[in-house]
Design a binder for this molecule. Sequence first.
Ligand SMILES: Cc1cc2nc3c(=O)[nH]c(=O)nc-3n(C[C@H](O)[C@H](O)[C@H](O)COP(=O)(O)OP(=O)(O)OC[C@H]3O[C@@H](n4cnc5c(N)ncnc54)[C@H](O)[C@@H]3O)c2cc1C
Length: 282
Amino acid sequence: MMILRKGTSSRSSKLIHGGLRYLEQFEFSLVRECLLERSYLLKNAPDLVQLKPVYIPVYKDSKRPPWMIYAGLSMYALLGSLSNDARFKTVPEHKWHQLHGLNVNNLYAVFQYYEAQTDDTLLTHAVMNSAQEYDAELLLSTKVNAIELQDDHGVLTCASKAETDKKITTKTIVNAAGPWASSVLEKVQPRQKTIAVSLYTQEAGNSIPLDGEVEYLLRAFSHYFQEFKQEQIHIKYQFSGLRVLPASEENTNQRSRETIYLRDRKTKPRLLSIFGGKLIAY
Ligand SMILES: Cc1cc2nc3c(=O)[nH]c(=O)nc-3n(C[C@H](O)[C@H](O)[C@H](O)COP(=O)(O)OP(=O)(O)OC[C@H]3O[C@@H](n4cnc5c(N)ncnc54)[C@H](O)[C@@H]3O)c2cc1C
């Protein structure tokens, strides 16, 4: 079930990536899983997922030296069973000028590897179509307003333009409401425990980029492409998305991106809530 309000998926980078940077947090199984899922998608759904070359320039003052990037990319290739989409190469110096105006001052090395990218709308439609092939009934633009858990089933109360207070009785409910997962849990009777997540304090659908975030992106862009002066860059369109992360004192970059599953009870759960994770775990 879904409603048309645009969720995090439409505001993400839409990369079906192997999670190269998670190697720094030693999340090897997450990287392995991402690479494996990605290779299935590239094989089974080439119209939904395409490979894109990604370049990593390493400068004299870069935080990570070339040997570290080389080691990370080698580990990435190994976790991807050395398949063509997990391999990388070093871009020779005589080809640096082909990289769209990349700043070459104090440039030490450039590596190239592959990410894959999808279209979240097409991906969602493909999932909906295959659900229908298994006889799923889809209710579009329908909002869940209340959930009541009985001994062996749950009752959802939903509303759409056509019908208010529609009741659906089901054995199992999956709460996959992205950044709204906590607010959906609050609609459950009897009350259920939740997990602490860091979230925007306003309505999740209204998130906008903060001034500091825009400034950071412009600074990074004009650092790598020096012919574009920061003050000359004109922003045509901007958006932001909310990532569900477990609440912690740790820096957001350090926190796990693993999906967190919460069941209402250990055996025969009636309600499964999904927190965080990646688009690739669709
Ligand atoms: C900036 C950013 C970049 C990212 N980049 C990537 C990336 O490159 N690759 C990657 O794999 N992941 C990425 N992620 C993570 C990824 O986007 C999310 O993990 C994923 O989109 C979550 O999908 P979802 O379906 O769980 O949530 P959502 O896409 O948010 O969908 C939740 C849905 O639930 C609906 N809903 C809410 N409340 C109710 C209700 N009461 N009743 C009915 N429906 C309801 C919403 O309308 C929405 O349609 C990124 C995240 C962010 C924030």
